[in-house]
Design a binder for this molecule. Structure first.
Ligand SMILES: Nc1ncnc2c1ncn2[C@@H]1O[C@H](COP(=O)(O)OP(=O)(O)OP(=O)(O)O)[C@@H](O)[C@H]1O
Length: 774
């Protein structure tokens, strides 16, 4: 099927050149003419009111008729509307495409020989498809907001002639005049339809992008406008409250601090983000304080601040010697450790752990190490710590959250390589709030502490430059995993002589200075110091000694301010006057030998100590009663002792009948102090033998040793501590396991001079030494 669009037209039609528009058939459009143009136009028109509109080609020929495009549109003048301001609006309607074959001048007007162009449309699948697609595309274009007069829309819906449709849509698509002209000249309607379709497609694409951009812009403008308004409002409120200036100053300060902090880039990102947030929060809200405190911590952490190490080992040695008396072996090991540290720049070495009784100088050694290296010193006690958060901090979501102690201390210290002393690792606890020991492990482990992440800070902080030193009174309770990472250095107690020397060189000058006596320092007589050591203290270290010296100094200071005569020398009598009656007695020397009471030696966390094991018997059913806060191991040791005596009692005249109808009670005063360990085994055997054989035990003989069921005496720990305690108590002879003989070399010579040592393999030998003959 085919359709022909045709019209009968005169052979010669008035020709009107128009530059600004390309007229299409079916198009109704206005043409505005000035007065003189109108006059010419009207003159030219004939009765049939037809005129052919053509576009002149650009290159105008001088004089004569200008060249025109070949194809133009024959139009009918529908209306001439004179305008009040002059000129007129001519309403024209496109009627048909025409080919202008010749242009002539007639009566000063142009006339064209026009041939109608027949537009054949082959109805085919292609044309149908094109019409449908074009329609669909038009609808899309409309949905993007391209306005189209309603009547045009209706027309489009009605048109089923592709040639007409193509012309109508050509009007609708925004095309430059030249391209419009090309479309006009495309005679084949299908070809025209295709071209129009292409143009419309790119138009839709353009509209689509424009739409997206516009939507984005609107969104952004909307958001920023809203923010702007809110911020302005906030500013006004703040101004009224007089907060704006301080807040701005605070923010500038914070920014400066963050700039200067030298944070790693990922931390810097977090800080910047938080700073942005803080600027938007109302300063009166609690959230502001939380965010500010967080930023303060972030900016205040010593990300890059470090002290320069003094690597001179000789100086380190001099410092250690200056601060501490003796402790040769300990100093030697510290210096070795420092030397290795110096040689291997970034040592992932073990952590030093000082183990020893209180007051022997563990903490002050740490301070000296810091002084020797030129580092800052931090001390933190882990005693009783049960909450993991104390080490690792609370997450910021908790109200009142703060960083853990490690981060807090480093923040306060201001450098990232201090000597960090963790006191009392043996007293670290564990409960439902987590396991601080495992958190501590993370802090101390050189493999992972370079990215230690505190819950509060929430960004990693490098702890690998910190030199951690731990201290403990006893090693046993320290969790094995921690112990594994530490290099243990043991410090034992001091002898009276050593204490006296420490007092003279360090404690007295320090207390004299502290108590304002530097101008008139009293001289402490040696005997006075010994008196304090022996009669007023009973300790492995020198803490109480220092306290008593301080007390004497305070009394002297008081007398000076009261105007009393100056005490030039502190004699034993003055000590007694100031400190009152002696607090400790020589327990052993002052006691008589008794049946069933034996002196033992124990090792506690405060150093060595003497204990008395008492045994008594009464009528009963052969039971063993144990009192005195004994631990499980000690109770078992008592049972073993009793079994041994029952099995071997005959050797000392103790028959099996001795145990019949008898209860044996073993008590170890002081009853309130918990005691444990196997080393009192030998003492218990001797107490029972003494009781049952009725042979008094020598009070001035003290013993220590674990026993086996066959009576062998097994090695024990802490001999030095025990011997020092024995000496303090006035013991004359110490009975110890033969296997501990090698520990004798740790014991100072002056002590060896005062105490006799008996090393035994079998408990029977000990009985000989301790029990008096019948
Ligand atoms: N060998 C020594 N030379 C000089 N002063 C010493 C010596 N040993 C200890 N002191 C002094 O004794 C006091 C107590 O020592 P410090 O506080 O270091 O004990 P500690 O072993 O850390 O005890 P604790 O286990 O209770 O923490 C300090 O003033 C210290 O200077």
């Amino acid at each position: 099927m085919s359709e022909t669009v045709s019209i009968t037209i005169p052979a010669v039609v008035p020709l009107y050149p128009v530059r600004e528009i390309v007229a299409f058939p079916y198009m109704i459009f206005p043409l505005f003419l000035k007065d003189e143009e109108l006059a010419r136009f009207e003159e030219m028109l004939e009765d049939d009111q037809l005129v052919t509109l053509v576009r002149p080609r650009d290159e105008a020929a001088p004089g004569g008729i200008p060249p025109f495009f070949e194809v133009g549109t024959l139009c009918k003048v529908n209306q001439i509307q004179h305008l009040s301001e002059g000129g007129a609006k001519i309403v024209l309607e496109g009627v048909a495409r025409v080919r202008v074959t010749e242009v002539v001048e007639f009566n000063h007007h142009l006339q064209g020989h026009c041939e109608p162009i027949h537009e054949f449309v082959e109805r085919s699948m292609v044309s149908e498809a094109l019409v449908q697609s074009l329609n669909a595309l038009l609808k899309i274009a409309l949905s993007y907001g391209r306005p189209l007069p309603e009547d045009v829309m209706k027309m489009i819906d009605l048109i089923d002639n592709p040639a007409r449709l193509a012309d109508l849509v050509a009007l609708y698509v925004n095309l430059p005049l030249d391209e419009q002209q090309q479309l006009l000249e495309t005679i084949d309607p299908l070809e025209r339809l295709k071209k129009v379709y292409m143009h419309l497609t790119s138009e839709v694409q353009r509209l689509q992008v424009k739409g997206e951009v516009q939507a984005e812009v609107t969104k952004r403008v909307g958001k920023s406008q809203k923010e702007y308004l809110l911020r302005e409002q906030m500013k006004q409120i703040q101004e009224e409250l007089g907060e704006e200036d301080t807040r701005a100053a605070e923010m500038t300060d914070l920014r400066k601090k963050i700039d200067a902090a030298g944070m790693p880039s990922e931390v810097r990102k977090v800080a910047d983000k938080e700073l942005k947030r803080v600027e938007r929060i109302n300063p009166a809200s609690p959230e502001y304080t939380v965010a500010r405190t967080y930023l303060d911590y972030l900016a205040g952490m010593p990300w890059k601040n470090a002290t320069r190490d003094n690597n001179d080992i000789n100086k380190a040695e001099a410092v250690l010697d200056e601060d501490h008396y003796n402790l040769k072996k300990v100093k030697e090991r510290i210096l070795e450790y420092l030397a290795v540290r110096t040689l291997r720049e970034k040592m992932k070495g073990p952590i030093l752990c000082f183990v020893g009784p209180p007051g022997v100088g563990k903490t002050s050694l740490g301070k000296s190490i810091a002084r020797a290296l030129g580092r800052k010193f931090i001390r933190m006690s882990l005693g009783g710590m049960r909450d993991e958060a104390e080490i690792r901090g609370h997450r910021r979501t908790y109200i009142g959250a703060l960083p853990g102690r490690i981060i807090q201390e480093l923040y306060r210290c201001g450098t990232n390589n201090p000597v960090f002393m963790l006191d009392e690792v043996d007293k670290i606890g564990l409960d439902f709030r987590g396991d601080p020991a495992s958190a501590l492990l993370e802090v101390l482990d050189p493999e992972q502490n370079n990215t230690f992440t505190d819950h509060y800070l929430d960004v990693p902080f490098d702890l690998s430059n910190v030199m951690f030193i731990t201290t403990a009174n006893q090693l046993d309770p320290v969790p094995a995993a921690l112990k594994d990472r530490m290099e243990v250095i043991r410090l034992s107690g001091y002898t009276d002589e050593e204490k006296e020397k420490i007092a003279v060189r360090y404690l007295v000058p320090r207390e004299v200075e502290e108590n304002g006596l530097a101008k008139n320092p009293p001289a402490f007589a040696d005997e006075a110091l010994f008196k304090i050591i022996r009669d007023y203290t009973r300790e492995a270290g020198v803490r109480n000694l220092q306290r008593n010296i301080a007390s004497v100094c305070r009394k002297v200071a008081k007398e000076i301010t009261q105007g009393k005569p100056l005490r030039e020398t502190i004699t034993p009598a003055v000590v007694e006057e100031f400190l009152g009656p002696r607090t400790f007695f020589n327990e052993v020397a002052s006691e008589k030998d008794r049946v069933g009471v034996v002196t033992g030696l124990a090792w506690t966390e405060t150093g060595g100590d003497i204990i008395f094991v008492e045994a008594t018997r009464m009528k009963g059913k052969g039971e063993l009663i144990l009192t005195g806060s004994l631990g499980d191991v000690m109770k078992e040791s008592a049972r073993a002792a009793l079994s041994f005596v029952r099995a071997n009692g005959a050797e000392w005249g103790v028959g099996e009948t001795a145990f019949a109808d008898t209860d044996i009670h073993i008590h170890v005063p002081a009853g309130a102090i918990p005691k444990d360990g196997p080393s009192a085994g030998i003492t218990m055997v001797i107490a029972i033998v003494s009781l049952l054989s009725v042979r008094p035990a020598r009070r001035d003989v003290a013993m220590t040793g674990e026993i086996s069921l066959t009576g062998r005496v097994l090695a024990i720990g802490g001999l030095k501590e025990k011997v020092l305690a024995a000496r303090r108590a006035g013991v004359k002879t110490v009975v110890a396991p033969a296997r501990n003989r090698e520990n004798l070399e740790d014991i100072p010579d002056d002590v060896k001079g005062e105490i006799a040592f008996v090393f035994v393999d079998d408990v029977r030998e000990a009985v000989q030494v301790v029990l008096q003959p019948v």
